[in-house]
Design a binder for this molecule. Structure first.
Ligand code: MG
Length: 393
């Protein structure tokens, strides 16, 4: 419990102490979102026909609000929130963030990330400061982002569509792009990548993502092509992530930087990769781990073990904003250059939920919004427009 004399000397003016818990949670509103993609796109795991997101807004008795976001199968998430999480939250204190998140993550691991974000924002707003200030202050106001594509389409002209999309993003100012491989034959995928290189003139940063499609031998088929190109930033998840020892084996022969980890949930799952240094970049996702605190702990662990961190943030605009805040608050990864910070993933495919957070990159980078909490207002009209109607999908 915060002592009253401490409170009096801070901005926590509206914390009440009349027998009620401070920052008492009064309301939790869920916003399940669904969008059917008119022209489906995909990666090595298949073609996506829809996008979904699950936002929540928590309001305290004093009217302080915080937004959170998570991702999973909507019927499961919605039932979990309505039957258990919301009733447990109501009446609790937003100051008990760590305890609350720890309890939720045991039952609904992904839901914990949404609650941790919302309670973090409530605390920052109560103090009248930004999320970055709450976390100790930003090292930088601008964070680089890369354009992330789903390269495959049902249309047999998928390669041409992909090339057009890439060219569009580069002319819009993106300086780094990520494209997919692993969903077609190695020969077709290599033809696609060579065409992209010709289109971007080998000057835009290039990332390849195989979504765990290959084994060591198949990955090595890419080596002579990729190792000759200086703009290749990393090869992401060429192989299944449950076998860290396969990455150790690959690293002996493959000189292109390797990245992975978007579906790993805990520090323990990242540990073999960090300790063995068989990845050059880890790619944690704030919406796939159990809360924003655990996510930030992982960033810190990676920094301490000298492994770069480039977040996976394909599943939601708010979790992406949190990843951008966290990246702003990370020390540079290298002493080389004035500010060496790894980029954040930016979804450039057809996805209306990206605009729920009104923030757009300029020249391949995002400027951190100022002001208390998130520093910007969530677009509630979009939340209403794309609200999932409860039908099966
Ligand atoms: Mg990936």
């Amino acid at each position: 419990m915060i002592k009253a004399d401490v409170v009096n000397h801070t901005n926590l003016n509206h914390i009440s102490f009349k027998g009620e818990p401070a920052l008492k949670i009064a309301k939790v509103e869920p916003f399940p979102l669904y969008y059917r993609i008119p022209e489906p796109y995909g990666d090595a795991n298949g073609i996506k026909t829809y996008r979904s997101s699950y936002m929540i807004r928590i309001t305290t008795a004093d009217g302080v609000t915080g937004w959170g976001e998570c991702t999973d199968w909507l019927p499961t998430l919605h039932k979990g929130f309505q039957d258990q999480i919301i009733p447990d939250l109501i009446g609790n204190s937003a100051l008990n963030r760590l305890q609350i998140v720890q309890t939720i993550q045991k039952r609904h691991a992904r839901a914990a990330s949404a609650v941790s974000m919302a309670l973090t924002e409530i605390f920052a707003k109560t103090c009248g400061i930004s999320i970055c200030d709450l976390w100790g202050g930003a090292f930088r106001d601008v964070v680089p982002v890369y354009a992330s594509f789903q390269s495959y389409h049902e249309n047999p002209g998928w390669m041409q569509i992909s090339l057009q999309n890439v060219e569009q993003a580069v002319s819009a100012g993106f300086r780094m792009i990520k494209v997919k491989v692993g969903g077609k034959s190695i020969q077709d995928d290599q033809q696609h990548i060579v065409k992209i290189q010709d289109a971007i003139g080998h000057s835009t940063g290039l990332i390849l993502d195989a979504n765990q499609s290959y084994d060591v031998a198949a990955t090595l088929e890419w080596h002579s092509l990729l190792s000759g190109w200086s703009n290749v930033m990393w090869f992401e998840e060429p192989m299944p992530m449950q076998y860290a020892e396969h990455y150790t084996e690959l690293k002996r022969h493959f000189t292109v930087p390797l990245a992975g980890g978007e579906n790993l949930k805990t520090a323990a799952e990242f540990a073999p990769y960090l300790k063995g240094h068989c990845l050059d970049f880890v790619t944690p996702d704030p919406a796939h781990m159990t809360g924003i605190e655990k996510y930030r702990e992982l960033l810190s662990m990676a920094r301490n073990l000298n492994t770069r961190v480039t977040p996976h943030t394909y599943d939601g605009a708010l979790s992406r904003l949190y990843a951008i805040f966290a990246q702003a608050c990370l020390p540079p990864w290298s002493k080389m250059g004035s500010d060496s910070i790894e980029p954040v993933e930016w979804d450039v495919m057809d996805n209306p939920f990206t605009n729920v957070v009104p923030l757009q990159p300029a020249n391949g980078a995002v400027t951190i919004p100022g002001g208390p909490g998130l520093g910007l207002a969530i677009d509630e009209e979009l939340l209403t427009h794309y609200r999932w109607d409860g039908s099966s999908y």
